[in-house]
Design a protein around this ligand. Sequence first.
Ligand SMILES: CC(C)(COP(=O)(O)OP(=O)(O)OC[C@H]1O[C@@H](n2cnc3c(N)ncnc32)[C@H](O)[C@@H]1OP(=O)(O)O)[C@@H](O)C(=O)NCCC(=O)NCCS
Length: 188
Amino acid sequence: MKEVDPTSERHGNSSPSATPTVSSGAPTPEITIRVLKPDDAEAVRRLHERLSDSDRYRRFCGPGPKRVETLATLICQRDAGYYALGAFEDDTLVGVAHYVVVDRRRGHRTAEFALVVDGHEQRHGIGTILLRRLCMDAYTHGLDHLTAQILAENNLMLAVIAEQGLADALHPEGAVVYFDLDLHRRGN
Ligand SMILES: CC(C)(COP(=O)(O)OP(=O)(O)OC[C@H]1O[C@@H](n2cnc3c(N)ncnc32)[C@H](O)[C@@H]1OP(=O)(O)O)[C@@H](O)C(=O)NCCC(=O)NCCS
């Protein structure tokens, strides 16, 4: 157990009282989840540069940005509507879930999220716990909706969402599935 930061949690130990209705992920005891900060940008860059072509394509719904470091810096800033969680195995960043607020209108506060897990760490429950924690934090931060665009071929991501009981937030449109989670409805 290496938690010291109140913004971090060990996988499986969080139990906020008023949160979206998402099930807990399977325990992965060696994984620590915490909020990312500007110092983590280099680790975020390295994680994205390790991605296989197919994971990169799925992450970005396309080839992705030329400069991953710009994205990493944005993800790790703690203002301007960005919020990011990292999953760490020892000191190595193995997964990132982040959102950026895209609509600030009262009652319509919406953030778009993305999720990525290091190739060799996939299918160990890390994506599930990151998604679960991101939903809870978005709700706590007063957001109304969490959205994403997911390739229709991205069966693993769609399965992770469905296994959290969120399948009704998925709206297929051709090659893309739009995810739109009403955080208030899930919280009741
Ligand atoms: C999609 C992605 C984020 C999922 O993350 P992940 O960590 O692999 O997902 P999980 O391990 O939580 O869940 C995936 C599977 O592992 C299973 N699983 C969950 N906990 C597990 C555990 N402790 N041990 C083994 N398997 C587990 C899940 O049931 C699920 O199984 P299924 O495929 O049979 O449904 C990851 O594959 C990824 O980064 N892909 C490339 C980028 C991408 O597509 N991003 C999404 C864009 S929004």
